[in-house]
Design a protein around this ligand. Structure first.
Ligand SMILES: CC/C=C/CC(=O)SCCNC(=O)CCNC(=O)[C@H](O)C(C)(C)COP(=O)(O)OP(=O)(O)OC[C@H]1O[C@@H](n2cnc3c(N)ncnc32)[C@H](O)[C@@H]1OP(=O)(O)O
Length: 719
């Protein structure tokens, strides 16, 4: 775990050895304690260097240990002992020094970093704070404002930025361990008192109280109910206002609350869920580790509307050559201008040259003949998409992967239009496609593992979190959204207002409630889909909107708004009113309230008092129920896939872990019982009927989420 060698005669070199990231497990902490003691006891050793093997200093505490009983030497006394050592200790930082890894380095007397290293205190992203002295030492070393920024955001900083802050003493392009060993020899005899950060005063700006107030307000606004960022501010405030020992005591108290919190458990689950989705599998048995992707050098995007533009930018920014096709001259010119603007703004932010020369624009589909992969992003219309796939199949080389950015249409029908259906997959991006992290890679019955592996790898290369999912209407994300939206509309019919429903969902932690989100996305999008499905039609006998479709309850409220030209923000009216079209400030609309009153009267609906609990349970549990159906159907391989899709694609609050983790937290028996209750009250709403898998999981004794896959396997094998 920690290896000790003596180098250059007088330097004790402690090497952290625990792949993949040299995490500070119990065994590793014990190793460091033992090796430090050895270095301090050897009279020939005059100074010590701590480094990590394989070019990685340390990824912090071992997150896998958090759920269980912590054993081994605790971090805080271990780091204190290093700081208190009588011989200089130098941290040689290569790769990363994160969390406890950076706290360990802050306990050392000097820090030398490789120029490509990154450092940070990302504990907040795991629902924690830097609780091994980091919240007290960092502000003493780099000042309160910079420490607040790093600790409340958890962002990683480059070695150059760390040097600017004074977080590291030196950076090097050479072998960091060699440089650190030479450095350690030079400082062997120097006094250490001035190198112990815990003894530094915490230098504060004169308006420190105002600063804390402002930061606290910002953090509360953006935290969406997460408690760790607030505790991080409180811990740094303790560093600024209390002596070190009292600050450490405050850090300990705050950490104790966070460490056992449900939010920390959710965020730590989510950390591993993000990594689990990379290990994809298909019902055929094909897997990430047995399916090799084919390299993509040149890609094409067909259709340069909002989605096509974003996809083009994402590809070009990642260094791919892109052929961008739009058949209409005017639209092509507009798209070219918009894409150039997006690339220039992005490049300015990142301090690099815009990748304008990566894109070739064209009006003719023939121009994609030599590309390795095409992403079709034309209007969401099956007939149009089929035509495009026929053309692509005729034009492209036989090995070209043909992908569709459809948000829910049948991938198989598109694959059937081509010569090589095994090379067809869905690549469902989320708007804005160059910003949003999520990519659903959709495999149809004919998609080959090669095509899935290639799309997954392309997603990774353009910085997306890619999740492989099966082919069904709406795939995972939009399929689960349907019952959620449906319940929100039913709640309006029964007496709620859009403001109340949104308020409840936003208090839960969504960035936007369902109605504000619909206004932003545009109500006409779903309306067109419903019309194509024959849903948004009046009853042929009465000419009135009907509230029942094929025996199921249906709310025509959204259709009625669209008929009035209320498409949301873009028309200045939707579920809310806006000062002008395009404005983003949603205001309650008295017209809408009267419209709802009249609607209820027309349909003899008696408004009843709907409380917070009912909104949350009906919207979330119906969505979760659909999630269980998706697992049952094999559309998602595991609950992690669904949770990652919801956090990255639908602004589900990460500190609730994702809808499936949330269900596990609430208790599957409670979710089941409440769904049964609501289904009894609304027997014409099938999405409220608890699904078989949920019942099975409850009957199997509610296993932890990590064990669900075993039950899912059994349920699927019985189908
Ligand atoms: C007592 C409480 C004290 C708390 C203080 C702390 O230190 S909390 C932990 C703070 N550290 C972090 O938050 C770092 C988390 N890790 C990362 O951000 C990234 O993994 C990385 C270190 C930047 C490396 O990224 P990269 O993309 O190169 O690899 P992966 O993310 O895929 O990781 C590789 C595998 O390593 C596992 N892993 C990473 N960090 C930890 C960790 N701290 N503890 C345990 N395991 C860790 C990760 O899960 C991957 O494993 P797989 O089995 O391959 O999924």
């Amino acid at each position: 775990m920690a290896q000790y060698t003596r180098v250059s005669g007088s330097v004790g070199l402690i090497t952290l050895q625990s792949p993949p990231v040299n995490a500070l497990s119990a065994a590793m902490r014990q190793g460091i304690v033992d090796m430090m003691q050895r270095a301090l006891s050897e009279p020939e050793v005059k100074s010590v260097v701590i480094c990590g093997q394989n070019g990685i200093f340390c990824g912090g505490a071992d997150i896998k240990e958090f759920g269980g009983q912590m054993s081994g030497p605790p971090l805080i006394p271990m780091i204190h002992a290093i700081e208190a050592a009588s011989k200089p200790v130098v941290a040689a930082i290569e790769g990363i020094a994160l969390g406890g890894g950076l706290e360990l380095a802050l306990g050392c007397h000097y820090r030398i970093a490789h120029s490509k290293a990154r450092v940070g205190l990302p504990e907040v992203t795991l629902g924690l704070l830097p609780g091994a002295g980091g919240s007290q030492r960092l502000p003493r070393l780099i000042g309160v404002p910079a420490a607040l920024d790093l600790i409340t955001t958890g962002r990683h900083v480059t070695a150059a930025e760390a040097l600017k802050f004074g977080l590291v003493d030196q950076i090097t392009d050479h072998n960091t361990v060699n440089v650190a060993v030479k450095f350690a020899q030079r400082v062997a005899d120097q006094p250490l008192d001035a190198r112990r950060i815990s003894t530094y005063p915490c230098l504060c700006p004169s308006d420190v109280a105002v600063l804390f107030e402002e930061v606290m307000q910002r953090v509360r606004r953006t935290a969406r109910g997460a408690i760790a960022p607030i505790a991080c501010v409180q811990a740094v405030r303790a560093a600024a206002t209390l002596p070190y020992n009292q600050g450490m005591e405050r850090e300990r108290e705050l950490m104790a609350t966070l460490f056992t919190s449900g939010q920390a458990r959710a965020l730590q689950y989510f950390f591993f869920a993000q990594r689990a989705v990379g290990r994809w599998s298909m019902p055929s048995g094909a897997r990430w580790d047995t399916s090799k992707p084919r390299p993509v050098h040149k890609a094409a995007v067909i259709g340069l509307g909002t989605m096509g533009r974003g996809i083009t930018v994402a590809l070009a920014q990642a260094g791919f050559s892109v052929v961008a096709v739009e058949t209409q001259e005017k639209q092509l010119m507009e798209a070219k201008q918009a894409i150039s603007g997006m690339l220039e703004r992005g490049a300015k932010r990142r301090g690099v040259a815009p990748a304008l020369d990566k894109i070739n624009y064209g009006r003719n589909i023939q121009s994609v003949a030599d590309v390795d992969l095409v992403i079709e992003a034309v209007f969401e219309d099956m007939a149009l998409k089929k035509k495009v796939f026929q053309q692509l199949s005729a034009v492209c080389k036989p090995s070209t992967f043909l992908c569709s950015n459809t948000s829910g249409l049948d991938i198989d029908q598109l694959a059937c239009q081509t010569r090589n259906p095994e090379l067809v997959v869905g690549m469902h991006f989320f708007a804005p496609a160059h910003v949003m992290k999520l990519l659903e890679v959709v495999y149809g019955p004919k998609s080959s593992p090669l095509a899935v592996a290639t799309a997954m790898q392309l997603g990774k290369k353009i910085g997306k979190v890619s999740v492989a999912v099966g082919n069904c209407r709406g795939f995972v994300g939009n399929r689960m959204l349907k019952p959620y939206l449906e319940q929100a509309l039913f709640l309006l019919e029964e007496g709620a207002t859009p403001e109340f429903v949104d308020q409840v969902l936003e208090e839960f932690g969504f960035a936007m409630g369902v109605f504000r989100m619909s206004d932003l996305s545009g109500l006409d999008v779903g309306w067109k889909v419903r019309m194509a499905d024959g849903l948004a039609m009046p009853d042929p006998t009465t000419g009135q909107p009907t509230r029942l479709r094929q025996g199921r309850r249906y709310s025509p409220l959204g259709d009625l708004l669209c008929e009035q030209g209320r498409f949301g923000q873009k028309t200045g009216r939707g579920w809310y009113q806006y000062d002008k079209p395009g404005s983003q400030v949603a205001k309650p609309d008295p017209w809408l309230h009267s419209f709802l009153d009249e609607y209820r009267a027309r349909h003899a609906l008696v408004a009843h008092r709907i409380d917070h609990q009912e909104v949350l349970e009906r919207c979330l549990y119906s969505m979760i129920n659909e999630g269980f159906r998706i697992l049952e159907d094999g559309i998602a391989a595991g609950p992690e896939d669904i949770d990652v899709i919801y956090v990255f694609g639908y602004s589900w609050p990460r500190h609730h872990g994702g809808p499936m983790f949330y269900a596990a937290t609430v208790g599957l028996n409670k979710v089941l019982e409440r769904l049964e209750h609501y289904y009894q009250a609304h027997p014409d709403v099938p999405s409220l009927q608890p699904c078989h898998l949920l019942r099975k999981l409850v009957a199997s004794g509610r296993p932890p989420i990590q064990k669900w896959r075993e039950v899912i396997k059994k349920v699927r094998s019985q189908l």
